[in-house]
Every structure is written in C-alpha cells, then in structure tokens.
Write a protein that binds this ligand. Structure first.
Ligand SMILES: C[S@@+](CC[C@H](N)C(=O)[O-])C[C@H]1O[C@@H](n2cnc3c(N)ncnc32)[C@H](O)[C@@H]1O
Length: 417
C-alpha cells in the first residue's frame, strides 16, 4: 500500500467526501451495503465517483491504458470489420463507453465517409463525454456534425454496436462459497480502532509526499486508505444464489468470485433492441469453465491506480478504477436468449490478425522509422499472449445480417463457451 503514489489534496478531499456518503449509506442499510452498490458508488456516484470526477483516467497520465491508446491500428482493424457489416444495415455505429474518443476517431479516419450515416456515443461519464467532444473536434472536425452523444438507450439499434472495456467497468456482485453455504459479499464501516495519537505516530511511516500535505488532508488520506471500509457477508438468496450455484465449482472453500448480473442485463437489453446489425464486445475475461476454475478462488476483482494494480477495493475510494473480468459464457447466453445469432468468440490477437493488423503495419513502410518502431511495440502488446493478446477476447452477435465476419476467420473459441 505504501508504494502507491499518494492522493493530492483535492483528490484526498473528494475521496473523503465520497467515503462519508458511503458510510452514511451503510449506516442507513443496517451496517451492510452489497458490494455491487459500493462499486456503483465508487465508480459512478455524482461528482465524486471515479468516472464522474475530472481526473485523468485513461492513458499514460491516468490509471490504466486501453488498446485504442496504444495504436490507431486497433481502431483500423475494428473499422475493417465494421465496413464488412455496415452496408447490411442503416449504416449507424453505436459506441458504448468511448473513453477519450480515440477509438471513434481512429475508426472514422479509416472508414470511407459514405460508408456510415451517424456515429452515436453512449457514455455515462460527463467528464469523458466532454473529453470525447474536444478530441473529436480537434482530430476530425469535418465529421463532428455526424457524431452525436445519446443520453438514453435508443429504443432500436440498426447498425453496428461496439464497446471496448465497457462491460468490465459495470458494477459486479462478489460472492463467497463457504462450507456452510454461499454468501453475498458486501461492505461494512470499519470500526475506528486507531485513536488520534496512534494515528499521528503511524503517520511517520507513510511516504514523504503524504507527510508534506497539511494535517487535515493527511488525516483524511490516512483514513481513506486504511480505515474506511471492510468486507462483510450475508447469506446469498434468490437469483444471485441460483446463479452462484450454477456457476461456482464444487467443494472449494472458501471460494470468492464475481458475478456481473448488471453487465448481463445490459447486454440483454441492448440485444432486445437490436433490430438489424451486429454487436461487438472486446474485454478481458474467460469462458465460464475457466472463469470459475477451482484454482481461481480469489476472483478477478481489481483496482487500477496510476498503473498499479490494487487488490483491496476499499483503497482510494472514488479515485481508483475498479473492474472485474467478464464471464463470456454469460454474455453469450444473454445475447442469444434475446434471439441474436452468435457470430464468433476469439482472442483479441486472433481477431486483429484476421482483420489484417500485420498488413496495416506493413503499409506504414520505412521499417527503420520511429513511427514504425513505436507501432510495432504497440502491436506486440496487443497480440502478445502474455500481455493483451489472449486475456482479451472479442465476442460478437448479429441480427438479420451475414454472420460470417472476417475477425473470426482465424481461431474459433466458441466451443469453450
Ligand atoms: C475502462 S473505460 C474504457 C474506455 C474506452 N472504451 C477505451 O477503450 O479506452 C470504461 C468506459 O465505459 C463507460 N461505461 C461504463 N458503463 C457504461 C454504460 N452502462 N453505458 C455507457 N458507458 C458506460 C465508462 O464511463 C468508461 O468510459
């Protein structure tokens, strides 16, 4: 914990404000807040939630990097796939959770202008919406009038829907299987056992930058990182219990994991509203057997803060990103149960290769040039099985379109779902 860069004063004070709100909610909820609600507040609470705040989130100066930030060849590959599908639809593109706007720009720079009608962005974060507008205006002002932010889910989608690392950013349930049953995990307020004097002494062991901050914000920093919340558990019931019983392995105690009912419900709703077109999700995760493998007994929940991964989700509440991997079997079930055709499931590496990423690289020419060398390094990161190549998967569904997509022409992992 002490190796994490400390929060600056503003961030510490925002974190403190959010922690107080959540502590109040826990009190009102008889001392127990389901983890899914904690995660929802930590990420999306108005003003102080991670995605509501103004801090840089994505990229070198943020907390994590995503594929579009690494190279525009990622977006070009997606554009090639979109171009294959788009003519069979009304020609609209709908991007969920567009981050900095980089993927939208990379796609639209490559797509012929007459191949698409409108590019819609559906983005929860007001801060990111503004960043997206600015970036688009800066990079492709000629298309800005054809790009629109939507504030409600359309009643019908006719075109191509896509989202990169969006499903993992949706709040998930945490469950734990113990010998006496399955528990729904939640959050309780941690009893403050450290009194002021002890706190002051403990302060000396924290790093210099934190010590330099004034005492008030420092104490807030200390409280928020070490004292805010702790895990609590209550017996799982109803639908969550049923889902846990269906998914978790037998006789591994304790076995803690996540179930993302919200992401699954979201995919169900979007699928229901797709009248014609395709839907592509790219994210990190596994098929169900691998997700709920007996050895994966501490789950996949994780925090990202300034490019550090953090196991404890109660650190820097509202200032740290929280995510869990995706159970792609659940996503496939959610879409196909709504009548969509299954199109394909493969690794990110196989998808990008099948979309011709190496040809796009070769088109850059001058293999000794700086641009080429930088791009090769980025492409290696996207494709390398030990980096993003295998952990990240692509899954797609369609309705009333040709299900033969170029991106799934290589490795077919659908048998694993
Ligand atoms: C990890 S970021 C990924 C950003 C971007 N796609 C990229 O690859 O750089 C997750 C994004 O999903 C957005 N998000 C999460 N849930 C959403 C939802 N239900 N609808 C729209 N956007 C959502 C967040 O606000 C954020 O922009």
């Amino acid at each position: 914990m002490n190796t994490l860069p400390p929060l600056d004063e503003q961030a510490a004070s925002d974190c403190a404000a959010l922690c107080l709100d959540i502590q109040e909610k826990i009190k009102q909820n008889n001392g127990f807040l389901p983890f899914v609600d904690y995660m929802n507040w930590a990420l999306y609470a108005p003003k102080y939630g991670y995605y509501s705040g103004r801090a840089e989130k994505i990229g070198q100066y943020g907390d994590f990097a995503t594929a579009p930030q690494l190279t525009d060849l990622f977006g070009k590959c997606i554009a090639k796939q979109i171009l294959q599908t788009l003519p069979q639809t009304a020609g609209n593109i709908y991007e969920f959770g567009a981050g900095t706007g980089k993927l939208a720009v990379d796609i639209l720079k490559w797509l012929p202008e007459n191949a698409w009608q409108k590019y819609y962005i559906i983005e929860l974060s007001a801060d990111l919406q503004q960043r997206q507008r600015d970036y688009i205006q800066n990079k492709i002002p000629q298309y800005a009038h054809k790009i629109e932010h939507l504030f409600r889910l359309p009643e019908q989608f006719d075109g191509v829907i896509l989202g990169n690392e969006v499903l993992d950013a949706m709040p998930c349930e945490v469950v734990e299987m113990r010998e006496d049953g399955i528990y729904r995990m939640g959050v309780k307020n941690k009893v403050k056992i450290i009194q002021n004097e002890k706190r002051r002494r403990a302060a000396d062991s924290i790093d210099n930058t934190a010590r330099q901050a004034n005492e008030l914000s420092f104490l807030k920093y200390f409280d928020n990182t070490l004292q805010g919340f702790d895990w609590a558990a209550t017996k799982a019931t109803g639908f969550l219990l049923e889902q846990a019983q269906n998914r978790l392995p037998e006789s591994v105690f304790p076995y803690r994991t996540e179930i993302n009912l919200q992401a699954e419900a979201f995919v169900r709703t979007v699928s229901e509203r797709l009248t014609r077109g395709g839907m592509l999700w790219i994210d990190y995760g596994f098929d169900r057997k691998e997700y709920y493998h007996p050895q994966r007994n501490t789950g996949t929940l994780m925090g990202h803060y300034r490019h550090h991964t953090v196991d404890n989700p109660f650190v820097f509440t509202g200032q740290m990103d929280l995510t869990a991997h995706i159970d792609f079997t659940a996503i496939a079930d959610a879409a196909t149960e709504q009548g969509l055709d299954f199109i394909g499931y493969t690794t990110q590496a196989a998808f990008l290769m099948a979309c011709g990423i190496t040809d796009l690289l070769a088109e850059l020419g001058d293999t000794a040039g700086e641009k080429y060398i930088k791009t090769v390094t980025a492409v290696q990161k996207l494709l390398n099985p030990h980096e993003m190549g295998e952990l990240f998967k692509c899954i797609a569904f369609g309705k009333n379109i040709d299900p033969d997509w170029m991106g799934f022409g290589g490795l077919d992992l659908s048998g694993k779902l």
